[in-house]
Design a binder for this molecule. Structure first.
Ligand SMILES: [Zn+2]
Length: 348
């Protein structure tokens, strides 16, 4: 049975109608004007099928035929659709499959944001050059400076003693060479402490005033050291700013400047994830116990900070509490670590 096709010579837009048949492994074309052509089937190439678009047969002389899909075509060109093209065609013609693949892409995106992004952020943070860590930290300090940092008014002897005890605490720890404690008087930040990606750990006089002892301050510093060891600042910022960066790339800011803006904002504003907090806590408890100090001091300090909640809320999003929520779980974990078995060096 003959098929009707539109024939083009491949050079002009002129179309001629033709009847198509297959005889003895040859494709026979019979044009309206009586002209005939004959091509071996293996010399004719059929383009992959796509949805309901017309099938296209490519002729060896550069011309091509357009015709609707039919069972005959399938019989003449049994390998007419490559595996991938066939699959694309199958998808093309099934709405359910289209919806399914859209959902699959969505699920993959969510999975990537939840698991892939943190992994990517950690890999990127570990390779982050120190110069970038310094640059980002400078930006944070510049932002904080608007809150009027003043030199610490804590007596020099206590400051020196704290510095010395901190150095002894982190000696030999990973990335400890970069760590240094910076004491500032910052009424605007209240009782606060935070680690910058370059290893600076800021502690406010207000936190020292709140603490009942230097052990409690050291417990907070140990926690901040944990953030630095695990590169939480850069990791969290990369995770959270990646969305802005992607948006920036989509909407025309390809310079990556949105990263420069969002990293300090992330470090100060949204704080660390619960996972990062737990990781820094665990590091701190272990570090304290290895040095014969009890993680209980951390629990005590968290309780003191918790008592500040109304005041901290008044201070807005910059408070230590907003970035370090002192949840009952964390306090309980500190107390458990303090009494934990196997802590040979733990003090009572
Ligand atoms: Zn923290």
């Amino acid at each position: 049975m003959a098929l009707t096709a539109h024939c083009y010579d491949g050079q002009s837009s002129r179309m001629r109608a033709a009847q198509l048949d297959c005889v003895d492994g040859c494709l026979q074309l019979a044009f309206e004007d009586g002209q005939r052509q004959r091509w071996p089937l293996e010399a004719v190439r059929i383009r992959p099928r796509l949805g309901n678009t017309p099938r296209v047969l490519q002729l060896p002389d550069g011309g091509y035929l357009e015709l609707t899909h039919s069972a005959e075509l399938e019989a003449w060109f049994p390998d007419g659709s490559g595996r991938i093209e066939g699959w694309a065609d199958w998808l093309e013609r099934r709405r359910g499959a289209i919806l399914g693949s859209a959902l699959l892409v969505l699920a993959a995106t969510v999975l990537f944001l939840r698991h892939g992004m943190p992994w990517l952020a950690r890999e990127a943070a570990e390779r982050m050059p120190a110069v970038v860590e310094r640059h980002v930290s400078e930006q944070v300090v510049a932002l904080l400076d608007r809150l009027h940092f003043n030199p610490s008014t804590v007596p020099a002897a206590r400051r020196a003693a704290l510095q010395q005890r901190f150095r002894a605490l982190v000696r030999g720890e990973p990335r400890s060479a970069q760590m240094r404690v910076v004491l500032v008087d910052a009424e605007g930040l209240g009782a606060n402490a935070f680690a910058l990606p370059d290893g600076r750990i800021f502690v406010t006089d207000q936190l020292l005033e709140l603490a009942g002892s230097d052990e409690e301050v050291l417990a907070v510093l140990a926690h901040e050291a944990g953030h630095h060891v695990h590169r939480h600042g850069m990791r969290g910022a990369l995770e959270q700013s990646s969305l802005f960066v992607v948006a920036g790339l989509l909407f025309g800011d390809a310079s990556g400047s949105s990263l420069a803006v969002s990293i300090p904002a992330t470090l100060l504003g949204s704080g660390f994830s619960r996972g990062h907090e737990r990781e820094a806590d665990a590091y701190a408890f272990d570090l304290l116990r290895r040095h014969g100090q009890s993680p209980k001091a951390f629990a005590t300090m968290m309780r003191r900070l918790s008592a500040l909640v109304p005041e901290a809320l008044e201070k807005g999003p910059m408070g230590y509490l907003s970035t370090h929520p002192p949840s009952p779980e964390r306090i309980a974990a500190a107390e458990k670590a303090a009494t934990g078995a196997g802590a040979g060096a733990a003090s009572p």
